[in-house]
Design a protein around this ligand. Structure first.
Ligand code: GLA
Length: 699
């Protein structure tokens, strides 16, 4: 089998770059081209007032920098750059290739992106053209080179921001050029057509290909498409967009060999790209995150985004490149943040490893599609709650510079693989309710609630530093991943898999003998049949004596999914007592020196706690309050110094509407107060503390 390597080696000739400068980065996308030059001076003065030290410049400026093909205009840009430099504000300089100018669309209509149903994506908005278009590639290279050459040697350009959110809107193109590029990619992957026919299973529905020219991208067709074709197309699109990023990055490096290059990811929110591969090619990982403002769990999804981004960065610091200081403008209902909420959000990202917090955007637009999106300087000006909070946060962040470079040390990991997610969410699965995102979220929420900090990890990556590994949504498991998980358990690791686990290999072919394929020995069972539970129905589970919970713990209920398990060594710890599949539903199996737990039903976070807490012996990273217990909405994460000093920084965030009293020791960097165990510390509703303290040992 010819598989694309999951984790390409990073370029050894590059030094390990890091977040530039020595301060926690604070700032925004700066779009001065929307404003009269007289505003620019006010802007930089206000940036200084707010404590802004970095802005992302030029993201949407292609049409202004190159008003006609090959004709460049840097006058306005030089003036803005000069003002920023004079004010001591560093520039994260963008390549403006996410919004090709109108002249480009006029000259190259063939470069427009073609959707699966054949419709063209025209100009008039923003977004990449066809990522395989030679005309787009040439024009993007020309403007990238022109901008980088123009500022070459400028030390105030401290970072490069390539393009904007590759994959948003999606970059999957079905034009003729893309068809040819897809065929080339497939020839490289499979070598010959026979191998493609085998891997795609084209004998099914008589889809056999006799000539490469017959192979197409998964365009709109009669009914369900070939799933392996769709999976390969997702891989191909991610690779194609990554190639566009590295092309621009390499042009920049000719002019700025030592300046870190990034592009703003959308960690949990980007279905288009396999970011494990992308992160290898970035000097610094950055992401954009917009709060699900109407969700009562918004702080949980923010934390999940941060944990994934930190994991993509290889546990090195990362940058929150964009977020909204208050409302966004593209959700159905755009809730403005409450007083103090933005501070809590920003510090929550810092808690989980961010060394910079930037917003979209500096000044709120008066015209254009995003005029109702909040910004650091709102329409109503500086005499506003938003601007006052922006300034206050800027002041507080200057006291946190010593957190830079410190690291979060999780002992628990969740397997995360875009290949598996693409495959799981294809058409014609046993239940449309079994999407990967909800599965991941339920598990993450359970762990966040209890205060267990997690990393995300690629299933083929080194698991050695973790005590517990969970697979919430690993429908696709490659042979290498299965061997990795088996070795982890055998060495003594604690592992738990959730349903629809290890069903297919990386060709989307069902594992021989059924799920969980190559991990049947590890879990000690075979899934004989999956039996989805109709929407609105529940199944009752009761513990067996082996469950480790008091027998009067009560029942838990499951929804969406059940499986008929044939046990071969595993013991049932919770049994379904009604529903379509009475019998063992949750099992434990000893394998080597470790333990493998299987959960064959869908459980809500509270039920996951009841069932899995006694089985997995998970660490807890949040302190108990003096009033007893660990309140759900008290969040605590610790960043550790890497210099051997034993110094650590615990960020405590109170998302509750009531105060919590804690016995804390150390120095709160936000208030400057010394905290003693003998004097309770009260964390007011919505408040945050960043406590610097000494630790012994690794944790
Ligand atoms: C994205 C884009 C920004 C802006 C924001 C608005 O993240 O990168 O340019 O449109 O959304 O939330």
């Amino acid at each position: 089998m010819t598989a694309t390597p999951a984790l390409p080696a990073s370029d050894p000739s590059r030094p390990t770059a890091t977040v530039p400068g020595s301060k926690v980065l604070y700032g925004a996308d700066y779009n001065p081209e929307q404003w009269d030059p007289s505003i620019w001076r006010e802007d930089v003065a206000l940036m200084r007032q707010a404590g802004v030290n970095t802005v992302s410049l030029g993201i949407w400026s292609w049409a202004l920098l190159e008003p006609a093909p090959g004709q460049f205009c840097f006058d306005w840009f030089d003036e803005v750059l000069g003002l920023l430099v004079e004010a001591g504000i560093d520039v994260d300089l963008a390549t403006p290739t996410a919004a090709p100018p109108s002249w480009f669309y006029r000259a190259h209509p063939e470069a427009r992106l073609v959707e699966a149903d054949g419709t063209y994506r025209n100009g008039g908005s923003r977004g990449i053209c066809c990522p395989h278009s030679p005309a787009y590639a040439a024009a993007a290279a020309r403007i990238t080179d022109a901008v980088a050459a123009h500022v070459a040697g400028n030390p105030h350009v401290t970072m490069w921001h390539v393009h904007n959110e590759y994959g948003a809107p999606g970059g999957d193109c079905h034009c003729e050029t893309s068809q040819a590029a897809f065929r080339d990619w497939l020839k490289h992957r499979y070598g010959c057509l026979d191998e493609l026919n085998r891997a795609w299973g084209t004998a099914f529905w008589g889809q056999l290909y006799g000539d490469w020219s017959e192979v197409t991208t998964p365009r709109h067709s009669g009914t369900a498409l070939n799933p392996t074709c769709e999976l390969d197309f997702a891989r191909f699109t991610s690779d194609s967009l990554l190639a566009r990023f590295t092309a621009e990055r390499d042009i920049i490096r000719k002019h700025f060999p030592r300046t870190p290059v990034t592009t703003n990811l959308m960690a949990t929110n980007c279905p288009a790209n396999d970011y494990w591969r992308w992160a290898q090619d970035m000097d610094v990982v950055s992401t954009d995150y917009y709060l699900e403002a109407d969700s009562p769990e918004s702080q949980i999804w923010l934390a999940m985004e941060s944990d994934l981004t930190r994991s993509l960065a290889g546990n090195r610091p990362w940058i929150l490149m964009e977020h909204a200081v208050s409302a966004v403008s593209w959700q159905p209902h755009n809730r403005a943040k409450m007083p103090g909420e933005e501070r809590r959000n920003a510090l929550a990202h810092i808690a989980r490893g961010a060394d910079g917090v930037l917003a979209f955007q500096w000044r709120q637009s008066r015209r254009g599609a995003e005029k109702f999106h909040s910004a650091m300087v709102p329409h109503a000006g500086t005499d506003t709650r938003v601007f006052r909070e922006v300034c206050a946060l800027g002041g507080e962040l200057t006291g946190l510079d010593e957190l830079r470079g410190t690291e979060v040390r999780a002992r628990v990991a969740l397997l995360w693989d875009w290949n598996s997610f693409w495959a799981q969410d294809l058409a014609w699965r046993p239940s449309v309710l079994m999407r990967h995102r909800e599965q991941m979220r339920r598990v993450y929420e359970w762990l966040w609630d209890r205060g267990t900090t997690v990393d995300f990890v690629h299933p083929e990556a080194d698991l050695g530093r973790y005590d517990v590994v969970l697979a919430p949504a690993s429908y696709l498991i490659s042979d290498a991943a299965a061997a990795n998980v088996a070795a982890f358990v055998h060495r003594g690791g604690r592992f738990a898999a959730l349903p629809f686990f290890a069903v297919v290999d990386d060709e989307e072919c069902v594992h021989e003998g059924g799920a969980p394929g190559p991990l049947r020995d590890v879990l000690g069972l075979t899934v004989e049949e999956v039996r989805p539970i109709p929407e609105g129905c529940e199944v009752t589970l009761a513990p067996t004596p082996a469950a480790g919970v008091p027998q009067d713990a009560g029942a838990v209920t499951a929804t969406v999914w059940s499986e008929h398990l044939r046990l071969a060594g595993a013991r049932g710890v919770w049994n379904a007592v009604d529903g379509p599949t009475p019998g063992p539903a949750i099992t434990v199996h000893d394998y080597g020196r470790g333990t493998a737990v299987y959960v064959s039903v869908v459980l809500q976070p509270r039920a996951l706690a009841t069932v899995l807490d006694p089985l997995l012996d998970l660490p807890i990273d949040k302190p108990a309050t003096l009033d007893g217990g660990r309140p759900r909405n008290l969040e605590a994460v610790t960043r550790h110094a890497t210099d051997g000093s034993g110094r650590a920084y615990t960020v405590l965030l109170n998302h509750d509407a009531v105060a919590h009293r804690l016995a804390l020791v150390g120095n709160d960097l936000l208030t400057g107060r010394e905290l003693h165990a003998t004097e309770p510390t009260t964390l007011a509703p919505g408040d945050v503390a960043v406590v610097c303290h000494e630790t012994t040992g690794d944790h």
